[in-house]
Every structure is written in structure tokens, then in C-alpha cells.
Design a protein around this ligand. Structure first.
Ligand code: 8YV
Length: 328
């Protein structure tokens, strides 16, 4: 019997490819070449499935050009690279990789918050540059973390993980804003109080963004929102590029209208707004919040399990549009 053909669009763990090869005829991109859209479409010809990361855009135009495609499995919890509506209309299954990265990403959110508030990167650069000649009383004095107010925008699984770390580990007062309010049980578990976005921005010492990217969440934080924040506050973005207006943020940081920011995601990444590269009070990391070896393996395994589950057994693990299952 001939095996279904799939495409792995980016380099992945060799073990993931070996597993996939037991079930499929696999074309992969282990050299991690950057394919443009036309190349991706060409590679997808005759493929029933594709293993994607957050960087391949799957939309109506691509689907129309790849009629044999049945499933797109994202090795990411976020799936703003998928037009799920268009996929559903074409009977193409979309899957993401939730849960397996929750705690790791929350750890990183907290690490970035700590690094930003306590000026770790800035002071390390100073030291490495040979500028440390003597200690002084206010050298790299930053913001307090323990006991301060943590504001979380986007209270899904990762937001809740950040809240628990803040409330239970650092005695922080946690306020959150979300499309819908959590159950009283979850609010108690996270020790978090629901507030409006404006109140959150005005009262939080540290604002952490964990909302998914949609057209509605574009520029959740722009000049107007930054103006509401305390001049001593820090802003952390572990959500997606485009949630923050990076140009407006660069101005606010330069003019010290907020104290500092920690950014793992950027508008138009891997490009970074040039002004952000020139301001000292920002910690910049290259979209690594989920990057531990065990978690990246678990994410790759889940994407592979979705491909195998659906194309071999008809049962994916984490479908985003389950209505298409069996409909084609
Ligand atoms: C991924 C992420 O590493 O899961 C997500 O949504 O942002 C990251 O964990 C990235 O999207 C590449 O797949």
C-alpha cells in the first residue's frame, strides 16, 4: 500500500522525522532553507499533510493551489499563521500544539519579567564592556518584583501559569484582563482579580501580555495604552508580534514614559524595529519562550502525533476545527 505523502516545512528533530517516516513518504527541509510562498506551494503538490511551525502562512489562496492537502499540523500553540475559516471551508484539518509548552513558556515569561525589572541584560552589557570601575548606591537599581502588582492581559493557560508564579512564588498582587472572566475556582487558584484593561494598565507594576494574535488583538498596546502605564512600570510581551505597537513602545522607552520592556516577539520578526535596538531599557530575546529541549520535543511529537492520528487513524489529538473530521 502506498503511504500518504507529507511535507515537513522546517528543520525538526531527526527523531521526529524518523517517526514520521514510519507512516509517511516524507519530504523534509532539514537544511532549513527559507522557501518563498511559490516554493512552499510547489513542495506541497501531492502532499496530504504538512508539518508547519508558526512561520508558514496557510490561507485560501494556498489551499486552492494544493487540493490534496488534508491536514496542517502546527508545532506551536499559536496559530495566527492559519486561516482556520478558509481551512474549514476546504475541509482541511488544522491542529496546534497546546498544553505541552504551558509551564515552560510561563517560566520564560517570569524570567523575562525578572531580567527586565532587575536590569540584568543592561548591567551585564555594562560589565562585559569593561565599564564597571566601582560600586555605587544606585547602580542598576530597578523595580521591585516581590510584593508588587502583576497585571496579566490574556488569562489562558500560560497567563494562569504566570499568575501562579507571581502570586505563590513572589507574593505579588495579581490582576488580569481577558475576553472572558475565569471561574471563581480558577481565580482563587491563581489568586487573581479580574479588572478592566484601563485599570490594569494604570495599577500594574509589571504588565505581561499573553493574548493570542487576531485582527482584534492587533496593537492591544499602543501609544494610548503606554500612556496609561506607570512611569516605573515594565511591559513584557511573550504573546505575538503585533500585539504591541513596537514603534510606539520604542518612543515610550526612549522618553522613559515606562521604565523598561522585555520582548520575546516582534512585529515582522525576525526583523526588530531599529529603534528598539538602540534603547538600553529593553531586554530582547529571539522568540524562545518555549525553547527547552524537552518542551520543543514534546511540541514536535504532538504535531507528528496529529499527522499520524489523522492521516493514519482518522483521529487527531488537538484539532482546531474538528467539524472537518470525516467530512471529506
Ligand atoms: C513556537 C510559539 O516556538 O507555540 C507558539 O505559539 O510562539 C512558540 O512556542 C513558535 O511559534 C515556532 O513554532
Amino acid at each position: 500500500m502506498t503511504q500518504p505523502r507529507i511535507l515537513v516545512a522546517r528543520a525538526v528533530f531527526p527523531e521526529t522525522l524518523e517517526r514520521l517516516a514510519r507512516h509517511f513518504e516524507v519530504e523534509s527541509n532539514q537544511s532549513d532553507e527559507s522557501w518563498d510562498r511559490a516554493q512552499l506551494i510547489q513542495k506541497l503538490q501531492g502532499k496530504a499533510g504538512v508539518f508547519t511551525t508558526g512561520s508558514e502562512r496557510i490561507d485560501a489562496e494556498l489551499l486552492a493551489a494544493c487540493p490534496q492537502l488534508r491536514i496542517c499540523a502546527n508545532m506551536a500553540v499559536g496559530y495566527n499563521n492559519f486561516d482556520v475559516e478558509a481551512m474549514t471551508a476546504r475541509g482541511v484539518l488544522a491542529t496546534n500544539a497546546p498544553d505541552v509548552l504551558t509551564e515552560t513558556t510561563a517560566d520564560f515569561g517570569f524570567a523575562l519579567l525578572m531580567a527586565t525589572a532587575r536590569r540584568i541584560s543592561e548591567s551585564e552589557h555594562f560589565l562585559r564592556a569593561g565599564q564597571w570601575k566601582k560600586w555605587s548606591y544606585d547602580m542598576f537599581a530597578g523595580a521591585e518584583v516581590h510584593g508588587s502588582t502583576l497585571g496579566i492581559i490574556g488569562m489562558g493557560r500560560i497567563g494562569q501559569g504566570v499568575a501562579k508564579r507571581g502570586a505563590h512564588g513572589f507574593g505579588m498582587k495579581v490582576v488580569y484582563h481577558n475576553r472572558s472572566r475565569l471561574s471563581p475556582e480558577l481565580e482563587a487558584e491563581c489568586k487573581a482579580r479580574y479588572v478592566g484593561k484601563e485599570e490594569l494598565l494604570k495599577t500594574a507594576d509589571h504588565v505581561v501580555l499573553v493574548v493570542p494574535y487576531t485582527p482584534a488583538s492587533h496593537h492591544t498596546i499602543g501609544a494610548a495604552e503606554l500612556a496609561l502605564m506607570k512611569p516605573t512600570a515594565t511591559l513584557i510581551n511573550i504573546a505575538r508580534g503585533g500585539i504591541v505597537d513596537d514603534a510606539a513602545l520604542a518612543v515610550a522607552l526612549k522618553e522613559r514614559r515606562i521604565a523598561a520592556a522585555g520582548l520575546d516577539v516582534f512585529e515582522g520578526e525576525p526583523k526588530v524595529h531599529p529603534e528598539l535596538l538602540t534603547v538600553p531599557n529593553v531586554v530582547l530575546t529571539p522568540h524562545i519562550a518555549s525553547a527547552t529541549v524537552p518542551t520543543r520535543r514534546a511540541m514536535a511529537d504532538l504535531a507528528a502525533d496529529n499527522l499520524i492520528g489523522y492521516l493514519v487513524n482518522g483521529q487527531p489529538l488537538t484539532p482546531l476545527n474538528p467539524s472537518v473530521i470525516g467530512a471529506r
